[in-house]
Design a binder for this molecule. Sequence first.
Ligand code: SF4
Ligand code: SF4
Length: 467
Amino acid sequence: MPELEPGKLDVSLSLYELQKKIYPRAVTGWFATWRWTLVWFTQLLFYGLCWLPWNGRQAVLFDLAERKFYIFGLIFWPQDVFFLALLLIISAYSLFLFTALGGRLFCGYACPQTVYTEIFLWIEEKIEGSRAARMKLDQQPFSTRKLVLKTAKHGVWIAVAMWTGFTFVGYFTPIKSLAQSVLSLSLGPWETFWILFYGLATYGNAGYLREQVCKYMCPYARFQSVMFDPDTLVVTYDAERGEPRGSRSRQSDYRAQGKGACVDCGICVQVCPTGIDIRDGLQYECIGCSACIDACDQVMDKMEYPRGLIRYSTEQAIRQHWGRKEILAHLLRPRTVIYGAILALIIGATAYGIAARLPLKVDVIRDRNSLSREVEGGLIENLFRLQIMNVSEIPQRYVVGVTGLDGIDIAAERVVEIPAVSARTVLMPVRVPPEAGKKGSHRIYFDVKALGDAKIAVHEKASFLMP
Ligand code: SF4
Ligand code: SF4
């Protein structure tokens, strides 16, 4: 680096903030138990669901090659993209509602970044030891012990990450055949790419980037503040009760010493996965994991002070010294009621739409190569292509009829057999006598009905061209 000339100002700036590695201290307590319960729940669901069989197939499979999505007994086709849009709207409104009610509940308990960071940290602690041991190990010069511990940690991390990548791809390609391809070393290029991509993303995000993802990469962290209001529940330090902070012996009367309840032990900072000090107030880096609540409650127990110096509370509640009853009463407010009502409405409409869905879909397309033509007997013929989709899990036979013009008829086999969860395109020549209509386009209707179940029927319109 060049020497700075005396009297000259050094205006060089780093484009990147230097990050100090964070060594979160392990914590136990009520919220930690909830966090781990959710880790178990979400991970058992994620790693297990793709292996669950259903009607001879994978229970949950987003089969991109076949363009069919299976979710237990429900089968979605590309034509059902409407439900995907509804699902996205439901997710957005759920996020609005839960953020308005409880701040970053999703980030702290269910976000994959939090969940995998928690798992990776647990592995790190099991192999390298406590927070102090990990810090010491990182400062030590290279040694055989250090090499063994680091290799073991990264080995287990990579194994978990690759299994995660494999599981992720197993939701898009049948997982049993994917497993066979892996074992026989015959994976396709796309499957290999996505397993490695998702696996390496998990390894990098949960092993290295950790809180950086929440701080700098996650857009939710940036816009969540607009969903907060003074009645939103957030992890809060009660400064009025805690300050002035300072160390003291357990037996001493801290009030007589002019001190607050905070003993300034710094444990709330040591357990924080994003390395912030909640005593500085609400910060966008706070993911609402509540680790600092558990940690501080333990300190309060040791000091024999009441718990809750750091607790879930609201801006208003802290200001106005509200208790639990008033806080709960303010959960219902115009914003949350409106979000809740819209959410209930969309969920209801989606559930109704799915329940009322017919297991039959029909698309009618006129054959572009042959418009109207005259055939034997002077009849006028139009050719139509009917794509009939049997969305049910049993084979079906359908009868096709046509109405709309005098003497209209189909000059082909009317009964069509379609295997379960399949589609067939059939060519339907439709004929009418020449006196059935004037020159131009006429509205006609195709009726496709399942043989043996009159309720499964589709009435689809089309246009017939008279020359
Ligand atoms: S854990 Fe509690 S007592 Fe200790 S520094 Fe944090 S707020 Fe103060
Ligand atoms: S301040 Fe507390 S709640 Fe926020 S991220 Fe840190 S430990 Fe979690």
